[in-house]
Design a binder for this molecule. Structure first.
Ligand SMILES: Nc1ncnc2c1ncn2[C@@H]1O[C@H](COP(=O)(O)OP(=O)(O)OP(=O)(O)O)[C@@H](O)[C@H]1O
Ligand SMILES: [Mg+2]
Length: 348
């Protein structure tokens, strides 16, 4: 989902990622279906979509953290990280890459921190287990890292237990752990969701400054378009396990092509209240074992016509004056069908 490479290989190239859940006697549920995207060094890609659309599974698939039954990744899927194929890579190799090259901030901060160990020890552990520094050096670097992620009193944070920290501080500690070994790729799954807007803004600034300093590539996952619009260079919108729209942040947020993106944007509050009333898209994301026929979004789409119920559109991508864009929608063929009142019709 990028413009064709111009001589430089991307840092990460995900091709046709397919994840299913198999359970005995039941049809396999397709949770991620044919997801492809690339990420260049120093770039931020925002992965957005409502709850249950497959964002976390996509993210966890990159360092191969969802490859145990009942989850199954198709053998035809490809995840090239710095040119190395991770689908089918040995556990030993994956363990080397996780943390050292691919940092991960998990969606649930409390489950990623051990409640009975001091924060400083946990950050130091992330370094020390790599075997490249002594325990003492690891503690010194951990202190520097806590300073780097802007703890006002890093020494005190070193000694604190997770429950003694606020949500924002815990998220900073997790970011410190994730970037401890200076990875070239940081995957942050809803890093600001549990935080109030002020702390959220601080965390986003922190990620941006880490990125500016180290040139790391950031895959930022969020259901919150306002968050993604602040930091992403490019955006991929997911719906029911598929990418339905891609483009530069400016293009996707400024002139969305897919009705799903249009609906998501209508649900984002604006500071001046412009943009009409705040409205959710009617209905909900279908479960992986109950995807509708044709375009999976058609039951919720205000523009859907009979073709959308029966035929599944491909993601059509190409260069435009607003950059490289793509949408998985029949409106790409028949733009005149967008006429009418759109979502207002569904709301009334
Ligand atoms: N272990 C599992 N077994 C069966 N289905 C699962 C499993 N893990 C996830 N799923 C399903 O796969 C779909 C995608 O889940 P995923 O966690 O990737 O969504 P998400 O986009 O990250 O949502 P959220 O915004 O709530 O975090 C969901 O419908 C979820 O119920
Ligand atoms: Mg998730």
């Amino acid at each position: 989902m990028n413009a064709p490479a111009r001589g430089v290989a991307p840092l990460l190239e995900v091709r046709d990622l397919r994840v299913r859940f198999e359970s005995a006697g039941e049809t396999a549920a397709r949770a991620v279906e044919g997801v492809s995207f690339t990420l260049a060094r120093g770039e931020t890609l925002g992965l957005v979509g409502e709850s249950g659309c497959g964002k976390s599974l996509t993210a966890l698939s990159i360092p191969r953290l969802v490859d145990e039954p009942p989850a199954q990744t198709s053998a035809d899927s490809s995840i090239l990280f710095r040119g190395e194929e991770l689908v089918g890579a040995s556990q030993q190799r994956l363990r080397q890459l996780r943390g050292a090259e691919i940092g991960f901030v998990f969606q649930e901060p409390m489950t990623s921190l051990n409640p009975v160990h001091r924060v400083g020890d946990q950050v130091a552990e992330a370094l020390w287990t790599r075997g490249e520094v002594s325990r003492k050096q690891a503690k010194t670097i951990a202190l520097e890292l806590l300073d780097r992620v802007e703890f006002r009193d890093p020494r005190r944070a070193m000694r604190a237990y997770p429950h003694e920290l606020s949500g924002g501080m815990r998220q900073r500690a997790l970011i410190a752990m994730a970037v401890a070994c200076e990875p070239s790729l940081l995957i942050a799954d809803e890093p600001t969701t549990a935080l109030d807007v002020t702390v959220q803004a601080q965390i986003l600034e922190l990620l941006a400054s880490l990125q500016a300093d180290t040139g790391l590539a950031l895959l930022l996952i969020s259901h919150d378009l306002a968050v993604v619009s602040q930091v992403a260079d490019r955006v991929a919108v997911m719906y029911a396990g598929r990418i339905v729209e891609t483009g530069t942040a400016r293009q996707v947020f400024g002139s969305p092509r897919h009705p799903y993106t249009e609906g998501l944007l209508r649900a984002v509050p604006t500071i001046d209240g412009a943009g009409g009333s705040l409205a959710m898209i009617p209905g909900r994301v279908p479960r992986p074992d109950a995807w509708p026929s044709g375009c999976t979004f058609h039951p919720r789409c205000p523009y859907a016509w009979d073709r959308c119920e029966t035929d599944e559109p491909d993601l059509r991508e190409g260069a435009t004056s607003s950059g490289w864009v793509g949408a998985r929608c029949w409106l790409e063929d028949e733009p005149a069908k967008r006429s009418g009142t759109g979502y207002a019709e569904v709301d009334s």
